[in-house]
Design a protein around this ligand. Structure first.
Ligand code: IPM
Ligand code: MG
Length: 358
């Protein structure tokens, strides 16, 4: 088997702390399963701005293109908030997504039974929850042109963005979602705002067209405002949700909270070659950075997703997930998932416990 390269991009805030733990697990699993992975690291986000005055240095992009998979911590923080848009840490992340054409963002929201009491919703509403949000990641209002802040003739400034999707973009994310539904509960809900926005009228039309290729999948449509409500009212009605970039950003944070903590949720961003970037759904959490209390599990589970989707190492992925389950069974909890009867542990202790459980 030839060697494969994993690029680690710690980024900002709690990024370096959680990547350290995930790297520990990956190195151990690499030995144990003889995966022949080699590891590289790179700068992205604020860390790259500080060193190179660029949130996505050429060197990082080059390494990312060559890597078989990328594991990213998080980017951003108050230190860089006042910078112009082109120099924001987030541009590093968005640049990686668009340059590598990582259009398909998979964000599973799964409730670990051990954490049912950490959810802000009643246990009966969330127990057994298992949703997959398929978010389009390289188009929509995040990338639409024109965009900017312009001077109007009246003298006042106007900010504007463009919400646009081509048929091709809609079709390719639609296929990923239909295929995901086929592998799961065979129910797909497409979320749009087709009562107001033409772009999502087209979105809905294409999803309906695709449906004929997937006769075994039940397709429904929902307006995004209703979807936001249904997610907290009766989240178990959903199996797979497919939606555009911005709605997906918002709904995936909401879905994350159903499971108790966003500190548990992994994500995968894939291109059509299955090359992928894996990252926790949460951000850089500057308020707790450096305190050693962040939950490394979302990153560790993201590493498991990476083994499964980009590196074809199902057994190694399952071993990591089983180890995570075991530490949760043991009652070990970082602050964000702490509840009565749990044993509070630090970021590093959590990583060590997963390592021991492996
Ligand atoms: C996410 C984040 C990013 C996004 C930010 C950091 C640019 O919120 O991955 O959900 O909006 O996509
Ligand atoms: Mg987000």
């Amino acid at each position: 088997m030839m060697s494969r390269t994993v690029l680690l991009l710690p980024g900002d805030g709690i990024g370096p702390e959680i990547i350290t733990e995930a790297e520990k697990i990956l190195r151990a699993i690499n030995e144990k399963f003889d995966l022949k992975l080699t590891f590289e690291t790179g700068l992205v986000g604020g860390a790259a701005l500080d060193e190179e005055d660029n949130p996505l240095p050429d060197e990082t992009l080059e390494k990312a293109r060559k890597a078989d998979a990328i594991l990213l911590g998080a980017v951003g923080g108050p230190k860089w908030d006042a910078l112009p848009m082109a120099k924001r840490p987030e541009k590093g992340l968005l640049g990686l997504r668009s340059n590598l054409k990582l259009f398909a963002n998979l964000r599973p929201a799964i409730l670990y039974p051990q954490l049912a009491s950490a959810s802000s919703l009643k246990p009966e509403v969330v127990s057994g929850l298992d949703i997959m949000i398929v978010r389009e990641l390289t188009g929509g209002i995040y990338f639409g042109q024109p965009r900017g802040v312009r001077q109007l003739e009246s003298g006042e400034r106007q900010g504007y963005n463009t919400y646009a999707y081509t048929e091709t973009e809609i079709r390719r994310i639609g296929r990923v979602a239909f295929e995901a539904a086929q592998q799961r509960g065979k129910k797909l809900c497409s979320v749009d705002k087709a009562n107001v926005l033409e772009v999502t009228v087209l979105w809905r039309e294409i999803m309906n067209e695709l449906k004929s290729e997937y006769p075994d999948v039940e397709l429904s449509h929902m307006y995004v405002d209703n979807a936001a409500m249904q997610l907290v009212r009766a989240p178990k009605q959903f199996d797979v949700i497919v939606t555009g970039n911005m709605f997906g950003d918002i709904l995936s944070d909401e879905a994350a909270m159903l499971t108790g903590s966003i500190g548990m949720l992994p994500s995968a961003s894939l291109n059509s070659e299955k090359q992928g970037m894996y990252e926790p759904c949460h951000g850089s959490a500057p308020d707790i950075a450096g305190k050693g209390i962040a939950n490394p599990l979302a990153t560790i589970i993201s590493a498991a997703m990476m083994l499964r989707y980009s590196l074809d190492e199902e057994a190694a992925a399952a071993a990591i997930e089983a180890a995570v389950n075991r530490v949760l069974d043991q009652g070990l909890r970082t602050a964000d998932i702490m509840s009565e009867g749990g044993t509070r542990v630090s970021t590093r202790e959590m990583g060590d416990a997963v390592l021991a459980a492996l």
